[in-house]
Write a protein that binds this ligand. Structure first.
Ligand code: HEM
Length: 281
């Protein structure tokens, strides 16, 4: 892209829409469970929960479309259309971007079967719809494994909040299952307790640990660009409190865009470059 500003705008849009999509999927899962539990209050009848559940899911899908389009248009990382639908084929962070593609495929299946629900029959719809419980954690791990904001405290807090909401929803759903499903119920509760622990261990050794960009499968050319840019800002004397150059070669003033803290976490995009400066880790 001719201007780094345009390219940066795409990057911000990808991050923003990805984050909001995850929040909307979380709300949609919670409202879906509320619906199964036939939840209603004195002022909010049941059909409102159902209608909001559907609309939130559709809004999430619309934002997801923007998320995908902006990540394809952003020239920074080599992401092709096929990478958005076929898992593991991307040259850029194949596993973690691949999880995003998988979540997208599953989401499309859920939406399509919901639209065709009358033709497919209740059982087929229900089986596909329960894939939402699989789609959500896949999308969550994709965001943490690929996203630039995974190291920031706000993203970690938001993730913890989303995990808590879905956990409560899963427990409520398990409690609503019939007696002859007690085996499934026990495994679901066990899995829901083990999953957050596994997530914390993976986060500590993965996205939050040093060298994640390389281990996650960022192409060498991008890592080299990141290192060059960060080194050039180091040698030009830019300090964390004055002016810095981001990995796109764009000059940025910390108070405006990359404050020192953000520089260490999300500001240095995908790069994790100069150990000397301690940026990016
Ligand atoms: C249900 C599906 C998906 C959800 C909920 C989702 C959500 C997210 C989230 C939460 C992030 C982290 C944003 C941040 O760190 O601020 C992210 C990052 C990203 N996603 Fe997705 N995503 C999905 C599917 C996809 C697909 C299919 C693609 C393929 C093109 C994609 C491309 C990306 C890219 C390139 C990033 C990294 C952005 C960056 O540079 O920080 N996502 N996604």
């Amino acid at each position: 892209m001719g201007s780094t500003a345009g390219s940066s705008a795409l990057w911000y849009l990808t991050r923003g829409t990805g984050t909001v999509t995850l929040v909307l999927l979380t709300i949609s899962v919670a409202l879906g469970v509320a619906n199964v539990r036939r939840l209603q209050t004195e002022t909010v009848p049941r059909f409102v929960f159902e209608a909001v559940h559907r609309r939130v899911a559709m809004l999430g899908l619309a934002l997801l479309a923007v998320h995908i389009v902006t990540s394809l248009l952003d020239p920074f990382a080599p992401i092709r259309l096929i990478d958005a639908v076929v898992p593991l084929v991307s040259a850029y962070r194949p596993i973690w971007l691949g999880l995003g593609a998988l979540a997208f495929d599953v989401l499309i299946a859920i939406v399509m079967t919901s639209v065709l629900r009358r033709r497919l029959g209740y059982r087929a719809w229900r089986v596909t719809h329960s894939l939402a419980y699989v789609c959500w954690p896949i999308a969550l791990v994709h965001g943490l494994g690929t996203g630039s904001d995974a190291k920031t405290s706000w993203m970690l807090l938001l993730t913890a909040g989303c995990v808590a909401i879905v956990l409560v929803a899963v427990w409520m759903r398990a409690a609503a299952s019939s007696r002859d499903q007690s085996g499934i119920r026990a495994s679901v509760v066990l899995a829901s307790l083990a999953a957050p622990l596994a997530l914390v261990v993976w986060l500590a050794n993965g996205p939050l640990a040093a060298g994640w960009a390389k281990r996650a499968g960022t192409p060498r050319s991008l890592l080299a660009t990141a290192s060059r840019s960060a080194l050039s800002s180091a040698s030009s004397g830019a300090s964390a409190t004055s002016e810095c150059i981001d990995v796109r070669g764009k000059r940025v003033t910390p108070p405006l865009v990359y404050r020192p803290l953000r520089f260490q976490g999300a500001g240095v995009r995908h790069g994790e470059p100069v150990a000397a400066r301690g940026w990016g880790r």
